[in-house]
Design a protein. Sequence first.
Length: 214
Amino acid sequence: MKRAALLKLTQWLSPGYPVGAFSYSHGLEWAISQGEVSNPAQLCNWLTDILTHGAGRNDAIFLAHAYRADTPAILVELAELAVAFNPSKERLLETTAQGAAFAKVTRAVWPADLPDMPYPVAVGAAARQHELPLADTTALYLHAFVANLVSAAVRFMPLGQTDGQTVLSSMAGNIDQTAEAALEATLDDLGGCALRADMASMLHETLPTRIFRT
C-alpha cells in the first residue's frame, strides 16, 4: 500500500475521525453490566463471536460489495440490505448515524459523490472512489470496529489500558481471517449467529443508567 493511501485510511478509521464511534458499545455495555463480560478472557470471546459470526463479518462483506458496486443503483440496494440486517433499533442507529457522519466529513474534506449510507457501505464506496486497496480497507475497518469496543470496555468494566491493548492485539488473527474471507464472500453468505450480542443490543435500552448510546 502506498504511503498516501495508508495515511488516508488511517485518518478515516482513526478514533479522531468524527463519526461518533466512542459513543457506541454495540450492546457491550449491557453485557458488562450483567456480569457476562467481566475479564479479558470473556471480552476476547465476546469480540471474537461478534467479529466472526456477527456484525463484524457482515460489515466486512457489505464493505467489499460496496467497493465493487459499479452503479449508484447497486449501492442503494446494498444500503437498503445493510439497514435490513440490523436486529435492533440501537444497532440501526449505530450504523446509520456513523455512516452519515462519515459521508458528511469525507464529502467536505475530499469532495465526491458520497451519499449518506450505513457505515460499512459508505466506507467501501469511498475507498473505491479514492482508489484505496480493498483488502487493507477491510482489515483496517474491522480493526477500528474491534478497537472501539475494546475502548468501551476499558472505560466501563473497567479494564486496564495494558489489558485492553493485549486483548486488541490478540484479535489480530481473527481480524485478518474475517477480512480475507469477506473478499471472497457473496451476498448469500450474509448472516450470523452471535445471538447473545444481538439480544444485548435489544436489552441495552432498558438499562436505567447508560454511558453509551448502544
